[in-house]
Design a protein around this ligand. Structure first.
Ligand code: PLP
Length: 366
């Protein structure tokens, strides 16, 4: 039996059908209908945040919230290359220049000791990424941002349900972007949200995702379209009912991986962060000086029908599309480059059986 790297969480067929039944009565399929409103308020509640604006996907949410900060064109944004394409693309598609900061080799988030040396008089914002369910050093980032008056927008795509000393990840920086893509811990098929506390952003983000339309005869802003539809919202309402259970199952999978793979020479696991309640979204393993290389392990697993993922590889600062950017170049971020060449994220989803985890570990350890 093959094992994929992930498998989307879904409610039962009956539960989803029950949830979407009303749509056949209302014939209201999108444009901030009843399901959208319900999910928005449930998420504000779950994430314990004053505002959540829902989007059709996480990427457009990130593009919009960066635009909403009204940063001067050509401004420099400090970010990391150890991320998904979306983070860097969202910065560049806003006419801003990504300046790549290295990550630390403990939790693989932005190295807060290397941020200040990258700040120039053109720096306007920091876009840090919470990776794998680990959180960035939000306190250090806040003090740097305050000192230099920089905006902070978190890519929190991996951090749904994560909290730090009891504070949900939705509440750090000026805003956070969550992705509800099918492969994420919480999904709405495709989807995303921006969370923030500044009341003034509510109207602006709503304008941005719905053509600036405020009433039948009032168009007040040159916005685009990035609305979450009712079927997406219904999936979210169902999945949110089971989220704590899903995270608990992921945790059991991760604990099994840890018990099998800890303490083995050449295999490095990411330590759990102090004070952080994780969502166990990914299980990264670094192969450094192990009897097999990362690429060999990847192939050995593939031969057994097991898909792992080189994630994140390649780094965004080595993408072809950025080769002419003066700030690009993986050699400028050596820790990220080291990790990208050695990391594999192993299959992880709520319904992965512990027997399958053992099968995966047996291949790696043979
Ligand atoms: C998934 C992801 C995104 C983009 O989210 P979509 O909902 O797929 O558009 C952005 N950043 C990171 C780190 C991600 O993992």
């Amino acid at each position: 039996m093959s094992i994929n790297v992930t498998r989307s969480s879904m409610p039962s067929f009956e539960e989803y059908c029950e949830e979407i039944k009303e749509l056949w009565d209302s014939h209201w399929l999108t444009n901030m209908g009843a399901k959208h409103k319900q999910l928005q308020s449930e998420l504000e509640n779950y994430l314990n945040t004053p505002h959540a604006i829902l989007y059709t996907n996480g990427h457009l949410a990130l593009e919009n919230v960066i635009a909403a900060m009204d940063l001067p064109k050509g401004g420099e944004v400090i970010t990391t290359p150890f991320t998904f394409a979306s983070t860097t693309h969202a910065i560049v598609r806003n006419g801003l220049v990504p300046v790549f900061c290295d990550v630390n080799d403990v939790d693989y988030t932005i190295d807060v000791n290397k941020i200040e040396e990258l700040i120039t008089d053109k720096t306007v914002a920091i876009v840090p990424v919470h990776v794998y369910g680990n959180l960035c050093d939000v306190d250090a980032i806040k003090s740097i941002a305050d000192k230099y008056s920089l905006k902070v927008i978190y890519d929190a795509a991996h951090a749904f349900g994560v909290s730090y000393n009891g504070v949900n990840a939705a509440n750090f920086g000026d805003a956070s972007m969550f992705s509800f893509h099918a492969t994420k811990v919480f999904n709405t098929i495709e989807g995303g949200a921006i969370t923030f506390s500044d009341d003034a952003l509510v109207q602006l983000l709503n304008d941005m995702k719905n053509f600036g339309i405020r009433g039948q005869e009032e168009v007040a802003y040159i916005g685009g379209n990035a609305k979450m539809n009712e079927f997406q919202a219904a999936m979210g309402i169902c999945n949110l009912r089971h989220i704590d259970e899903e995270i608990a199952k992921r945790r059991a999978v991760v604990e099994r991986y840890r018990s099998r793979l800890s303490g083995i020479k050449g295999i490095k696991l990411c330590p759990e962060q102090e004070g952080v309640k994780s969502n166990y979204s990914y299980f990264p393993v670094i192969f450094d000086g192990y009897k097999y290389t990362r690429d060999e392990i990847f192939s050995m697993l593939a031969q057994e029908g097991i898909t792992a993922r080189k994630y994140f590889y390649p780094l965004t600062n080595s993408f072809d599309c950025y080769k002419d950017f003066p700030t690009a170049g993986a050699e400028k971020t050596p820790v990220a480059q080291f990790l990208a060449n050695r990391v594999l994220t192993l299959p992880l989803f709520a319904d992965l059986s512990l027997d399958d985890v053992d099968r995966i570990c047996n291949v790696i350890l043979k």
